[in-house]
Structures are given as structure tokens and as C-alpha cells.
Design a protein around this ligand. Sequence first.
Ligand code: RFL
Ligand code: PHB
Length: 391
Amino acid sequence: MVQTTQVAIIGAGPAGLMLGRLLELQGIDSVILESRSREYCEARIRAGILEPGTRRTLIEAGVGERMAREGILHGGVHLRFYGEDHYIPVDELAGTEPLTIYGQTEVVKDLINARIAGGAPLLFEAEDVTVHELSSDAPLVRYSHGGQEHQLRCRVIAGCDGFHGVCRQSIPSEAQQTWQREYPFAWLGIMAEIFTPEDELIYAINERGFALRSMRSRQLSRLYIQVEPDEDIANWPDVRIWEELHARLATPGWSLPEGPVIEKGITPMRSFVAAPMRHGSLFLAGDAAHIVPPTGAKGLNLAISDVSTLARALCALLKDGDATLSDSYSHDCLRRVWRAQHFSWWMTQMLHRDPNDDAYGRELQRSQLQYVCSSPAARRSLAENYVGLEL
Ligand code: RFL
Ligand code: PHB
């Protein structure tokens, strides 16, 4: 039997779930197909910093209540390098609301709960999803679920299935251009039970490399260190991780408290863009279309801004028959995407120890850090990009 819906959404990450929510509020039907289990999606630890615009979108969509209650507002970041510490008050410099510390896992849980409460279809463990007839106005999605094969006929397919998903790969290579950069390092991240009274993030670099102190709550810290790109987590017992964190983050008069490590993993660093973000009736959003290294904390925020743009475009298309916004969707998103690409690359090269760099390169990097921390114009530029530009 062939089911029908207006929008078939592939992937229940932040992009797919938020798109489903925004469409539901506009009375547009969708079916969300997700390959993983609900438990897996709700436990996957990823981003944690929400721009003011993302916070607003969650609240306006009626899924921001727990975030407003439990999220921690944070107004700035410390840049710590070679013994110097500088505080950049990003909200004050950019003239915006503060950022919010609230884990992506929590955003995903809130969106899943809202979807289930509203009764709109969300299928976990949907296998072998494939997309067809993309150049028609009635594309088709095939998938299997519960051991049975299904077909879903729709008006539009939203490819929100992340970097390794099927949607982008279904676009003929001659119809899409890609740009990418690999970095010669990765991030080893841990979640540790530590009580932290301070609200601010610390980005640090010294001769041993990059480190970041972030958090998920007052009781839960998220910490990262730069490691080799092909590093094996088995080489990193907790004691070695703490040793590196102390060596990279500590300054005179400040030391990092330790606590039990409850999760650890290694994330590769990559920049990637595929354009256009649309092929016929298939629209890509979030990591399906672009990846940034996590240094600028932009990945989740970009996913939410893509689907806000997409929801407006699909609303005009499906309710009023007006294709203006869906025709400009890719162009409209890519402006913000490339700004975030540049900022993420810029933060990454400024804050990591590149094994291929020479002594001259390292002095340039140190001079850049000193300039960013001391020039009012440079501080403001970092702040504007960190909170997310209104484009
Ligand atoms: P997601 O979150 O990857 O969701 C895509 C969903 O699609 C599902 N899927 C499929 N479903 C059906 N059929 C298929 N064939 C499918 N293939 C995949 C997947 O199971 C998944 O549920 O993409 P989305 O929604 O675009 O959201 C983007 C964000 O998740 C991402 O940008 C950020 O989390 C990036 N990122 C980080 N960003 C930050 O700002 N700060 C961070 O600290 C940070 N850490 C991370 C990260 C990304 C990571 N990845 C992708 C490996 C840490 C990691 C490990
Ligand atoms: C995080 O809390 O996971 C986090 C914070 C800031 C970043 C990246 C990740 O730049």
C-alpha cells in the first residue's frame, strides 16, 4: 500500500524534528523516518551551545519551556593562550541576548516528546530508506519498517539525515558541487560529573594543543582536547586525559576540578558544503548539506536556521502555491552557511596546534590571538559571529 503525506522528512536529528514541528504548527502534514532507535537518538551526545536565534526559534515553536528553565545563560568566553587569559563578553559586544548552554540531547528529547504528544507520525528504526522521482512534483520514498516494505508518496522530501545519510548521495554528482577540508587533528571529548559554579566557556591553546571547558549543567562538565586525527580512544585512560586537560587549561590561581568520567569519545574535524541544497523536490537541511568543525559551536545552530528557512518556504509552496521562497531556499541558506564555515575554520586554525605548522606559523597564530583579545574591532567581530549573525 502507498501512504501519502505532504512532506517526507528523512532523519530525526535536530533538523528533521524541528522542521516537523514548524510544519505541524502551520497545519502541514509530515512523516519523519529515522533509521535509529528512539533511545539511541536521545542518548547521542553532541553540541551544547544555542545561539540567541536558536533559543528564540525553540520558544516560538513551543518546545523551549524546559530549555528556558534548565538551560544556563552564558554571556562570554575566555580565550586562554600561553599563560594569558582574556574574557570576551560576547553578548555585550554583539548587543544581543546571551547564549544558552543546553545539550542537543535535551533539544532532541523535547522535540520527540512534542511530536509524540501531537500524534504526528515519527517512525524509528525505519530501514533501507531510498528516495525516488526527485524531478517530479510527487516524489516517492521507499523504506522498510517492522519487517515490511513501505512506500510513501509526498509533495516534497526533506533530507535531514546528516552527513552520512542517503539524501545527498541520491543527487547526481553533476547536479551538485562540494567543497571540503580535513583537519590534521580530532577532538577527544568527555562528560564528567563536576560541580561548576562559573557559567563561562574556556577555549585554550598552548604548546600541547587545544582544550575546551564547556558544560551541560552545573553538575555536568563537557571537556575536550585536541588529539591526533586517527587516535584510538583505548590509548586515553582517564588519568592521561586529566593530565592533558590540566596542562592545557590551568592558569595561575585557577585549576580544573576533576570528577567521574561518564562518557568519552573522539570526533573527527571536517568542513564540508554541498550546493545547491535543493534538487527538484528534495531539499537538504543541516548536516546533510554541510559540516563545520565544532570549534565555533555552529553545527546545531545552522541546522535550526536551515529548517526555519525551509519551513517558511514550504508553507508558501504548499499552502499558497507560491514557489518564490522554495526557489531561493538554497541561496538564502548558503549565505549563512558560508559565514559559519568561515568562522568555524577561523576559530579552528587560531586555536589548534597544527602539526604541519612551522615556528613562523606559530608566531603568527600567537599574534592573531593577541590581536583578537586586545582590539575592540576584532573582539566585536568574534562576538558577532559567535552569537550568530542575523542574515
Ligand atoms: P544529525 O543530528 O546527524 O541527524 C541526522 C539524523 O538522520 C538519521 N539518519 C537516517 N535516518 C533515516 N534513514 C537514513 N538513511 C539515515 N541516515 C541518517 C540519523 O540517525 C540522525 O538521527 O543532523 P542534523 O539534524 O542536521 O543536526 C546537526 C547536528 O547534529 C550537528 O551539526 C552537530 O551536533 C555537530 N556537532 C557539534 N556541533 C556543535 O555545534 N558543537 C559540538 O560540540 C558538536 N559536537 C557534532 C558534535 C557532531 C558529531 N557528529 C556528527 C559525529 C559531535 C559529534 C560526534
Ligand atoms: C560543547 O559544549 O559541546 C561545545 C561548546 C563549544 C564548542 C563546541 C562544543 O565550541
